[in-house]
Design a protein around this ligand. Structure first.
Ligand code: NAD
Length: 349
């Protein structure tokens, strides 16, 4: 069964179409099919594209960096020229447009930091694919982007599923013409017990959603960026738990240490492809995840804010988005394999 929402005029802006796929569309162990067994492409049209086809599409002349700027040289870290779109934007006297002409995917885009990052990217000109398991709130983020004048397409995605993650990346190629930036923010945090009492299933699920997902996202994002010949940038959302555990968060802490490892490994593996890989490590940021964790532990917000930040307050999702956009942009062209703590000084203590 497929449900279908439209956010914006389909005839003028097809990328505003928000398709929400429910569970019975097959993604595991084979091509995506409808209930009658018909093989579907990511946008619901048969046939589904192969990985080889994505690569060919990514090399389409429309996406060829040589057509976008003769001086572009992602392999030596030089800035990409994005051409007329950027010039038009600055002629309009608009705000900062570091992502004009770029396309991005953001996971965890239905809530918290992912939503703020998606809005900030779109405000700076990026065309964004939004991915999350929460279809209602994901479509709401797409609507928010569209109402602010941006371009977004939402795809219901379970980031622990390789087929879903491939479809997410494929959507960016098919509707936005490629992929320049991947922001991997989706995660869960639902532990309250020490290791001795942590269920095996809790550990396995946390690793699947928080760590395997980042591997899958990086894998398919890097494939497209490498095949395009113009490189790209990946920003993973890690945590201060990547350095220092909080009590009763063993699986979460292990997953976030792993995200840091994948970030550094990705930087090493793909520098030659012009792909930078970095991590933002948030401290205590006021989102549904943090507020849920505080409630589950029966703590007071003020006490937690004092303990987890030198400023005695929680960070905002916008403060995280600013760090992600810097790392994802050409301004950070010589920065890769870096973990940027945005934590109100928590790790300095
Ligand atoms: N809030 C904090 O204080 C804090 C601190 C450090 C790190 N982080 C990290 O920041 C990132 C964003 O967290 P947030 O605080 O905005 O949380 P949030 O709960 O507001 O958002 C997380 C999003 O991930 C989505 N998600 C969960 N499982 C998914 C799956 N299997 N597939 C796709 N999407 C899935 C959720 O639906 C939700 O929209 C996470 O990686 C989190 O670990 C948060």
């Amino acid at each position: 069964m497929e449900s279908y929402d439209v956010v914006g005029p389909l005839d003028t802006a097809p990328y505003y179409a928000v398709r929400v796929y429910s569970g019975c569309l097959g993604t595991k162990g084979g091509p995506r099919t409808d209930t009658s067994g018909q093989v579907l492409d990511v946008d619901g049209a048969p046939p589904r594209r192969s990985l080889r086809r994505w690569h060919r599409d990514a090399l389409d002349p429309r996406h060829d960096v040589r057509r976008r700027g003769r001086d572009a040289g992602p392999r030596d870290g030089r800035r990409l020229q994005v051409g007329p779109a950027r010039r038009r934007a600055s002629a309009r006297g608009g705000g900062v447009t570091r992502f004009e002409g770029r396309s991005a995917v953001v996971t965890g885009a239905a809530s918290g930091m992912g939503r703020a990052i998606a809005l900030a990217l779109a405000a700076e000109g990026a065309s964004v694919v939004l991915a999350d398991v929460n279809a209602d709130e994901g479509a709401e983020t797409a609507g928010m982007v569209e109402r602010a004048g941006g371009r977004a397409a939402f795809l219901r995605t379970d980031v622990s599923d390789g087929g879903d993650v491939r479809a997410m990346v494929e959507l960016s190629v098919s509707v936005h013409g490629g992929l320049d930036l991947g922001v991997n923010a989706a995660a869960i945090e639902n532990e309250t017990l020490p290791i001795a009492d942590c269920e095996e299933a809790t550990f396995d699920r946390m690793i699947a959603v928080n760590l395997r997902s980042v591997f899958l996202c990086m894998k398919y994002e890097a494939q497209i960026m490498r095949a395009s010949g113009r490189g790209g940038s990946i920003v993973n959302i890690a945590s201060t738990n990547s350095f220092r555990p909080q009590p009763n968060q063993a699986a979460y802490t292990a997953s976030k240490h792993g995200v840091l490892g994948l970030t550094r490994a990705g930087a090493v593996d793909h520098a030659a492809d012009g792909i930078r890989v970095n991590a933002v490590c948030p401290g205590a940021i006021e989102t549904p995840m943090l507020l849920g964790a505080i409630k589950a532990r029966g703590r007071e917000k003020e006490e937690v804010a004092r303990r987890l930040s030198l400023f005695g307050r929680f960070g905002s999702t916008e403060e995280i988005a600013k760090a992600v956009l810097w790392l994802g942009s050409d301004e950070a062209s010589f920065t890769t394999g870096h973990a940027l703590a945005v934590d109100g000084g928590y790790l300095a203590r």
